[in-house]
Design a protein around this ligand. Structure first.
Ligand code: SF4
Ligand code: SF4
Length: 91
């Protein structure tokens, strides 16, 4: 496909996009962004419910606190909705 440069165009090398990432992003002008939620470590009790709910496996529990891998997160917000302590949010 001339003009696309790398193999099958944008799909190549953009795993998160092929897993549905493009549906989870927003566009402001020419800037494309993904919202990655933040964990409030003071509220988090390490229950792991967010990690179970995350479809991307982007959350792990380290030292009884949830850690989000921003490279895997697609910003779906499922972890925000499931947390019983309201410790995750888009702030
Ligand atoms: S669901 Fe909430 S309290 Fe439980 S580990 Fe995740 S962020 Fe922490
Ligand atoms: S927003 Fe979605 S993909 Fe990102 S950490 Fe939460 S559940 Fe996982």
């Amino acid at each position: 496909m001339p003009g696309w440069g790398r193999g099958r165009g944008w799909g190549k090398g953009r795993g998160w996009a092929r897993r549905g990432g493009w549906r989870r992003i927003g566009v402001i002008g020419r800037r494309v962004y993904r919202r990655v939620p933040k964990v409030d470590e003071e509220k988090c009790v390490g229950c792991g419910m967010c990690a179970k709910e995350c479809p991307m496996g982007a959350i792990e529990i380290l030292n009884k606190k949830a850690k989000i891998n921003p490279n895997l997160c697609v910003g779906c917000g499922r972890c925000v909705n499931v947390c019983p302590k309201n410790a995750i949010g888009f702030k």
